[in-house]
Design a binder for this molecule. Structure first.
Ligand code: C2E
Ligand code: MG
Ligand code: MG
Length: 465
């Protein structure tokens, strides 16, 4: 069953290269015939738009099927900044200059078409003999752009797909070139990147994961496990963190590391997160309905959500729907969400006003800047397990000790993640950190097991937790 599904996905990806191209070609040809000049050419640069680009390239392939062809896509790094700092007019002047460069190739090289896809995206379709020629085109365009009199250092990134097959499907070449571009865009060590077999394998693997996850959601195989948070001084469980698990009928339990990074690229993580969140809210409601007092169970909020303007409403609705106060479901946002291009402060203010506790996850794992700590809009910092890896070293101890002192002075709550040894525990307790999460205490467990632990704890202490 699984193999059949895999075959279907592989087949549909390749279809666009084979059977699909004929169909696309004929439908585009008919459309082009009916369309007037303006909609076929970009009004600023006069270059063909995508549809005409595909059509003209298709005509060339049809007339000269013996040639080998390539598509080069290009993108100006930070074109938005050009427009913002220098004004739209200057931005337009740059785009026109790039179009002129491309037009020269169209005149000079046989079997060549240029296109202006959108804003700062251009492409070139051309016949080639060897890959070096294509790299030379990218380098030469880059060089020319550098000589363009402009008050901003413009860098262009290129993605190149050189087809080994005869009669390739142009949209497929363009998609592959775009994928190659996405891997080099904004990097300063390289201007261009060729599409490789490895990229194709990765792309297919990612597609498989994505479709497997959609099926897993339908089958109800996406569930939260919970890792208890403990007070290291008393040993009591004071909360939990919901960590998604995929309980696959075929593969067994799959950890988030294997699918979250992939579904974060496509946005499917939003659905997966919401599934986890609703199960946590449901559980907290059940505890409340049973007359027990819940401990807070935090949920992870992928950085993808920070672009969602209705995030705070989504959480408020969940509180209302399940009748669970916001304080019982703290929100963990990875530290990089606090430093990304979008300023999330206003969202965080809204959420905190509604009673949500905001926790800065993975502190110290990435590019933390102490500057981030100056911001006010979080309640808790979760010290990442990376910090603990070499805790025996003197320098490491100094860093952590001072970090803890600083956080305490700032009045931020601290929780340390990844306590695996008694030595680590003792060190953090000695330095005033009380709360922890780590394998030394508990590993993540099914929700029901966590519930059992809480019941036992409350029985032993005579409380209703
Ligand atoms: P995280 O949010 O920082 O979660 C803590 C991770 O550290 C968990 O891994 C947990 O099992 C692991 N951990 C805790 N204590 C120890 C320890 O003592 N030693 C070691 N070696 N590891 C420990 P897990 O469950 O594999 O999750 C990995 C990451 O996946 C999470 O890191 C989080 O970034 C992401 N993730 C998990 N669940 C979700 C979810 O529902 N939504 C989203 N968007 N991301 C999630
Ligand atoms: Mg977390
Ligand atoms: Mg963490």
């Amino acid at each position: 069953m699984l193999d059949r599904k895999r075959d279907e996905i592989l087949y549909s990806s390749f279809q666009s290269t084979k059977e699909g191209k004929e169909e696309l070609y004929h439908s585009e040809k008919n459309k082009i015939k009916d369309i007037n000049h303006e909609s076929n050419y970009n009004s600023l640069t006069g270059l063909p738009v995508l549809r005409l680009f595909y059509y003209s390239a298709g005509e060339i392939v049809k007339e000269h099927p013996e040639e080998r062809y390539a598509v080069i896509v290009m993108d100006i790094t930070q074109f938005k900044a050009v427009n913002e700092f220098l004004g739209r007019k200057e931005g337009d002047r740059l785009l026109k200059f790039i179009a002129e460069c491309l037009n020269e190739y169209v005149k000079e090289r046989p079997f060549t078409v240029a296109g202006h896809l959108r804003a700062d995206n251009f492409c070139l379709f051309t016949a080639y003999r060897n890959k070096q020629e294509l790299a030379d085109i990218a380098v030469a365009i880059q060089r020319r752009i550098k000589t363009f009199p402009f008050a901003y250092r413009v860098i262009i990134s290129f993605g190149i797909c050189a087809s080994e097959e005869v009669q390739p499907a142009i949209p497929y070449l363009k998609d592959c070139a775009t994928l190659a571009l996405s891997e080099v865009k904004g990097k300063y060590y390289a201007d261009y990147n060729f599409f490789t077999e490895e990229m194709r394998t990765n792309m297919l693997r990612e597609k498989l994961v994505e479709s497997d996850m959609m099926e897993a959601l339908e089958k109800g195989e996406i569930v939260p496990y919970v890792q208890p948070k403990v007070n290291m001084v008393t040993g009591r469980i004071v909360g939990g963190e919901a960590l998604v698990r995929w309980l696959s009928a075929e593969k067994g339990m799959v950890s988030p590391g294997e699918f979250i990074p992939i579904i974060e690229k496509t946005g499917l993580v939003i659905k997966v997160d919401k599934r986890v969140w609703s199960q946590v809210f449901q559980y907290q409601k059940r505890v409340l309905d049973e007359g027990r007092s819940p401990v807070p169970i935090s949920i992870n909020v992928s950085r993808m959500h920070i672009y969602d303007a209705s995030l705070s409403e989504t959480f408020s609705e969940m509180c209302d729907r399940y009748g669970v106060p916001a304080g019982y479901v703290p929100l963990e946002l990875t530290e990089s969400a606090f430093t990304g291009e979008k300023n999330i402060n206003s969202d965080l203010v809204k959420l905190r006003n509604k009673g949500f506790v905001i926790s800065m996850d993975d502190f110290g794992s990435g590019y933390s800047s102490l500057n981030m700590l100056k911001g006010q809009e979080f309640d808790e910092v979760k010290i990442d397990k990376e910090f603990l890896s070499d805790i025996s070293g003197r320098r490491s101890k100094v860093v952590i000790r001072h970090l803890l002192a600083m956080l305490q002075e700032l009045g931020v709550n601290i929780i340390v993640e990844g306590i695996e040894t008694e030595e680590q525990r003792d060190f953090f307790v000695e330095n005033g950190c009380r709360r922890a999460q780590g394998f030394w205490y508990y590993k993540p467990m099914p929700l029901e097991e966590f519930d059992e632990l809480l019941r036992t704890q409350s029985k032993n202490s005579g409380k209703t937790t």
